[in-house]
Design a protein. Sequence first.
Length: 320
Amino acid sequence: MWHGCPMPKKILLDCDPGLDDALALLLAQGDSNIELVGVTTVGGNVGLARTTRNALALREYLHFENVPVAAGAGQPLLGERRDASHVHGESGLGSTVLPEPVLAVDDRHAVDFLIETLRAAPGAIHLVATGPLTNIALALQKEPAIARWVASFTIMGGSFTRGNATPAAEFNIYADPEAARVVFDADWQVVMIGLDLTLQALATGAVVERLGRLGALAHEFILPLATFWARANQSGASTSEWDGQAVHDVCAVAHVVRPDLFSSRPARVQVETTGEFTRGMTVVDFDSASPNAIVPVMLDVAGFWAYVEHIYSIVAGQHA
Ligand code: BDR
Ligand code: CA
């Protein structure tokens, strides 16, 4: 039986909201075993202005007004910017319209905010990245010591069998492969929550039905975010291909406080940056004698949803 953490774990979330980034923020804000200490934004699912606006709007809607939000990189280290507005909608939040935020963005660049926040509390902060890795790479280049200041570093990105942006590459890695390479080559252990794992975390019809019982927050916020893409795609695809929308980024936050829900293997992960058909692919060697990553491969799906639904129900109760 799970008894919770004695002390809340501090999480700094670098993200590109984003439907599932928003659901990850909801989990981080709602779980009393998590203390959200900062949110940094990166261009990804939509452009930086929109991901930052969404993070600011989410901060006020979900009432974590005391948590700084700092804006970061709008362009990848190299090459053209790619987005996923065909998945997340023009705004990045699908059909969800949040009130215009009132509170200002932090006046530091996300890279400086990341460095200063980690320097101030070495060993205490779990860094989680759920967007392209541009800010993290720039922070490592400016201050390599962040690699030893983090308590842990978890990303949603990559995969070991398939891609979603291309047949080989997952979106967050594909959007900035050079940054991902810097991140995997740094002197730390990356927890890589890839597509193979997150595609087990589907908001299926049964999950949606249970979430629907959570009241107003579910109907105005959780369900529109958790079903926007699946609903858009259901019309054009066979239903067997669309068992529900994956809540990718939620898995990354969940892993920090509920690693017991994941079965993981050490691996060496390298990022392909030049392949004609494989740029942005994560090449995962589970047999390596020098692993640089922990790769969750199997999710306790029932346990995951029990946990997520429990936390969401607490927030929904406060919201009512
Ligand atoms: C990842 O890409 C983005 O579109 C999602 O927010 C998630 O972080 C899934 O490949
Ligand atoms: Ca994301």
